[in-house]
Design a protein around this ligand. Sequence first.
Ligand code: GDD
Length: 420
Amino acid sequence: MLKAVILIGGPQKGTRFRPLSFEVPKPLFPVAGVPMIQHHIEACAQVPGMQEILLIGFYQPDEALTQFLEVAQQEFNLPVRYLQEFAPLGTGGGLYHFRDQILAGGPEAFFVLNADVCSDFPLSAMLDAHRCERHPFLLLGTTANRTQSLNYGCIVENPQTHEVLHYVEKPSTFISDIINCGIYLFSPEALKPLRDVFQRNQQDGQLEDSPGSWPGAGTIRLEQDVFSALAGQGQIYVHLTDGIWSQIKSAGSALYASRLYLGRYQITHPERLAKHTPGGPRIRGNVYIHPTAKVAPSAVLGPNVSIGKGVTVGEGVRLRESIVLHGATLQEHTCVLHSIVGWGSTVGRWARVEGTPNDPNPNDPRARMDSESLFKDGKLLPAITILGCRVRIPAEVLILNSIVLPHKELSRSFTNEIIL
Ligand SMILES: Nc1nc2c(ncn2[C@@H]2O[C@H](COP(=O)(O)OP(=O)(O)O[C@H]3O[C@H](CO)[C@@H](O)[C@H](O)[C@@H]3O)[C@@H](O)[C@H]2O)c(=O)[nH]1
């Protein structure tokens, strides 16, 4: 019997995802038409013997989360429960705090998945690798180029045995081009080292006598406190993948992840991809259209577009490499490229909303999405355009490389601006 834990973080996390995370918790942001963590749940539900999926985070459970859990339980016919941390406990603190719930029923092992990654989740292959040797920790690893590897946990392995010999979280100089994907398979024994860290932290906390400060005594950082500390002791192994993988930290990376998942739907969910039908809009490449969206027949969509619930797309609209969220309206002849249009926003007739993609270098097979910073030398860097929720863009204007905060009613064109 197996279980899975998804680490969903909480409201202080996901700041690079603003303004989109104002409306919906980041783990529920739609990527390729479904909430980000639904991709994780679908992958877990397919592993034979999966008994339960637990989401651990420090969000106050709201209506969106509760509804998501209900729908997921029904759809996957599995218990999917949310366990709320009383405070941010770090990537390992929640696992230790809720250990009784994780180990209830005696699972042979449990997966741990970061919510903010996009992957083809090779969970069965990880399970096969785990069953050969039953090491306490198995990490999924992939490669990144030298510069970008510094943004991730870096792994030095023994290439024959795949034992992790050395682990450094976000090093300041190059360590290895093998990076931690934030997808793990732990055996129940993995909780013992977490207990040791917890007890040590408790003792140190008592000595320091600093109640209420963060990180608190219950905080455990899986990466530094466990992986770095135990590397080279025969307990941690890496399973390498060359499948799709990307982090989802910013809106730009959500757009890139959406493209990766839409491409994967060709194999996993062909029914989710829109097809050209007589009298329907023209579809180019991979496009997701929610069944309740109304799309005019003369619109041209794709590649890599996803259209949410209740969206209206008018005549002559051109949409490419974009996400249009729940209830938005694109009036006739608008052109939307490399952008995210927020919930309930309206783009007026003949307006053009355009961004600049920040995709990984296509000529470098090891390139990953940069964990972009918005500014360089005090200037806003060109990036995708984001319209927050209920923004109104008038007819016949250009919004280029800009971020528009929620509820703004614009009256003219903007280029390279954050509109507050
Ligand atoms: N429950 C809970 N979840 C948390 C907490 N803090 C972070 N998380 C969740 O844990 C995941 C990792 O979050 P970060 O702490 O932001 O780490 P990171 O910068 O994404 O780096 C991690 O992931 C990389 C791969 O994407 C790894 O390369 C890196 O080593 C590390 O594991 C995210 O899904 C986040 O929501 C916490 O206190 N509680």
